[in-house]
Design a protein around this ligand. Structure first.
Ligand code: GDP
Length: 296
């Protein structure tokens, strides 16, 4: 995760830390390198600009330059700004509603939506002791419902029995009824994936939201797609009230552009980072830890 960005930045900051005194020019030169590193990591340009401006302004302050360890102070300023850029604190799932609390999962096909649904189901069951039911509303892709049933079996989370021929809204209604009857705490609805942001499927997603009143609507996006992931999030956010993002394939993401731009561009918090194909490869997204990892 973030390896190439981390390598670039550690080079810049090692040089800064190695110096006893720093001039304004030293700081500006370092920030030029940070700027390039962020752009190479595929962070959105306006986000990079804002970041560099804010950090430079603080770092060339006299308290920093005249301090005993100016290099370290600059690194601390960058660290804090990175945490801010990544969303500040951790954003937990909001499950404070009358059960069954509905979490609607949305996203493009192949983003890792169904896998992430099962991973979150497993987390909620094992870490929070929740009684969870999962239902696939994907009637477009053959075997999508079976896929969730198989994953449910692997993680020990119940899935709604499949009734062939039902439409997404009917399935959602049936899932809610089943969840109420079985005193389920959390109902995860895995909606149909999209090849691209397509109006018919957006309408379907809105119809499902209308009958299920999700407490959380989580968009699953592939971090490897970089800025596209951020653009996809913008498009979905324009259609449904997203409450958060699940970033997948963080295990292969050396650049980190999606993670670094998501919050600043879309205003939506990253709630989970998925880090592999295994069903326990998911974790809450901690901006502080990610920033520390990036800065080494
Ligand atoms: P969906 O079409 O969005 O429902 O995508 P799937 O959940 O079926 O996932 C597509 C593929 O991506 C599967 O082979 C998953 O095992 C894989 N996958 C999902 N999440 C991750 C992840 O975080 N890291 C890696 N490396 N693979 C993942």
């Amino acid at each position: 995760m973030f390896d190439s960005l981390s390598d670039r930045l550690s080079g810049v900051f090692d040089r800064l830390r190695g110096r006893g005194a720093l001039t304004e020019d030293d700081v500006r030169a370092a920030m030029r390198e940070v700027r390039i590193a962020l752009l190479e990591a595929d962070v959105a340009l306006p986000v990079v600009r804002r970041f560099i401006d804010a950090v430079t302004e603080q770092a060339i302050g006299q308290q920093v330059l005249r301090s005993v360890t100016p290099g370290q102070q600059v690194v601390k300023i960058v660290h804090d700004a990175l945490v801010e850029m990544l969303g500040g604190g951790t954003s937990d799932l909001d499950l404070a509603a009358t059960p069954p609390v509905v979490i609607m999962m949305v996203g493009l096909q192949g983003s890792g939506k169904t896998t992430s649904t099962a991973k979150i189901g497993k987390l909620l069951k094992e870490k929070q002791g929740k009684k969870v039911l999962m239902a696939s509303l994907d009637v477009n892709r053959p075997a999508a419902q079976e896929q969730l049933a198989v994953l449910g079996g692997q993680v020990g989370v119940a899935t709604l029995p499949i009734v062939p021929g039902q439409q997404p809204v009917e399935i959602a209604n049936r899932a809610i009824q089943a969840a109420k009857l079985q005193a389920i705490d959390v109902l995860l609805l895995d909606t149909a994936g999209r090849l691209h942001v397509d109006q018919a499927l957006m309408d379907e997603m809105k119809a499902v939201a209308a009958v299920s009143s999700p407490r959380e609507t989580l968009l699953v996006v592939d971090s490897l797609t970089g800025q596209d992931a951020v653009n996809v999030a913008q498009s979905f956010a324009g259609e449904v009230p997203l409450t958060g993002v699940v970033l997948t394939r963080m295990d292969g993401d050396a650049r980190g552009g999606a993670a670094l731009s998501m919050r600043a561009v879309t205003g939506k918090p990253i709630k989970f980072a998925a880090t592999g194909e295994k069903l326990d490869a998911i974790e809450a997204f901690h901006p502080e830890r990610v920033a520390s990892r990036i800065l080494g």
